[in-house]
Design a protein around this ligand. Sequence first.
Ligand SMILES: [Zn+2]
Ligand SMILES: [Zn+2]
Length: 351
Amino acid sequence: MKDKMMAVIYEGKGQIAFKEVNVPKILDPRDAIVKVGMSSICTSDIHIIHGSVPRAKENVILGHEFAGEVIAVGDAVKKIKPGDRVVANVETFCGECFYCKRGWVNNCVEGGWFMGHLIDGAQTDYVRVPIADNGLNIIPDNLDYEDVLMTSCILPSGFWGAELAEIKPGDTVAVIGSGPTGLTAMMSARLFGPANIVAIDIIDSRGQLALDQGWADYYVNSSKEDPDKLIKELTDGRGADAVIEVAGTSETFQLAWKIARPNAVISVVAMYAEDQVLPLPSMYGKNLIWKAGGVDASKNDTLIRLLAGGKINTRPMITHKFPLNDIEKAYKIFENHEDNCIKIAITPYED
Ligand SMILES: [Zn+2]
Ligand SMILES: [Zn+2]
């Protein structure tokens, strides 16, 4: 094994560098070292670079979405062994505390989002994964890295948003935002048997992908028409039974409650750059249920079974593929939504 590798380093607000660093070592008996077979770039990485994730540590390697092969494990690792093909979980969690036992791993007393944020991540060739028995899931033989790559972050986020929305068979569900997490929210919503899924966005290629893949039944470009009109037509004038807000602007935050029917659940998965205002007097009598927060990625076993069983397919979301050598170009394409980009797969460095 080599002892140096190329990596994307967060150097402080507005700055990343692609440079050589040391290959990681086991630091704790619960660690594993994974040789990254495929990684991705997330909107959260862009948020870090722009300085909107103040907790992010300078000089860490970015990247929390990846799959690969285990090459070493610490003495306390039980489930995972060298040679296993694995996909990572964005969350590090102990599995034993009050919150973990209830599936609320985002608030694990010794966990949370660590990799590519507080400690080194995966936009490189080797990564140290803490509490590896929980942080890694074994990939079934019938799935490739492309099939499971979204299981690190984007799929559990969408699934979590759909679960929060309490969707019932026959419901009309509105998903605001048709980017990566919006798309996985739609395909997850489908598992709960709604009659209609309405995708809302302002980038038509994203709405079209949702329609083409059968993730949504309708698409509305909210910069051109009011989604409320279609949703009212679909629901005898009531409004959406469930709303999943993934877009994260002040306009979409307001849209979320306006298109909801009385007593609907509004599931807020979005991250906002600033505080939002709940206009309680305007909403008075609508009796809405708001749920919000950071993803509890505690059901990755379930999601991998759904992928292996062909009930969810996130592979069409990977619109681009580059070797690690070209990751700076990949960042540019991803951030600017160039060339109808949804998600980018990064493959190992080519010497
Ligand atoms: Zn992510
Ligand atoms: Zn815990």
